[in-house]
Design a protein around this ligand. Structure first.
Ligand code: THU
Length: 162
């Protein structure tokens, strides 16, 4: 029996799972390689958890970033935000088409896919809303398994902001 003023709603989204990133399109493969490269260059002496992120911009340019830690722990920054803020600072008129993230370290078993932290999701969401164009998100793990999401909104429904 329906109750007045009450609505049952649901949220649904599609995502892809690939057993290996090796069969992805060339442009995605390039981002995976860049994200791994960035991961190896991370400055993470405190957590020993290295994260790499790579983006492709609408002009075709690719950029990479990684987590940068600090002895005053909260002063450090995650890989996703490093690369997104770099893109925003240097290419404010380009949109982000795809972001790829990979991580390695004992904080997470190697078969797990790194799923961006809440603060990074918030920044990714604002980037997506600001450019009014969905961002593809590619998450890969150490045994090459891959998840592809088609929008940041799928990672952070009901995020703060417009
Ligand atoms: N980290 C990222 O770079 N991205 C995330 O989405 C989660 C966490 C970093 C922050 C810190 O340097 C280390 O991983 C451990 O939390």
């Amino acid at each position: 029996m329906p109750v007045e003023g009450f609505m049952q709603k649901s949220f649904h989204f599609d995502y892809e799972l690939h057993s290996t990133w090796e069969n992805l399109a060339e442009s995605d493969l390039q981002l995976v390689h860049l994200a791994y490269e960035a991961m190896d260059l991370a400055y993470a002496p405190y957590s020993e958890f290295k994260v790499g992120a790579a983006v492709r911009l609408s002009n075709g340019l690719t950029l990479k970033g990684n987590n940068q830690e600090n002895i005053a722990y909260p002063s450090g920054l995650c890989a996703e935000r490093v690369v997104l803020f770099y893109a925003g600072a240097n290419y404010p008129t380009e949109s982000i088409e795809t972001i790829c993230v990979v991580a390695r370290g004992e904080l997470m078993p190697s078969e797990f896919l790194l799923s961006p932290c809440g603060s990074c999701r918030q920044v990714m969401l604002e980037t997506e809303n600001r450019q009014a164009k969905k961002i593809r998100v590619i998450l890969v793990n150490q045994d090459k398994r891959t998840m592809i999401l088609h929008s940041v909104n799928d990672l952070l429904p009901f995020g703060f902001g417009k």
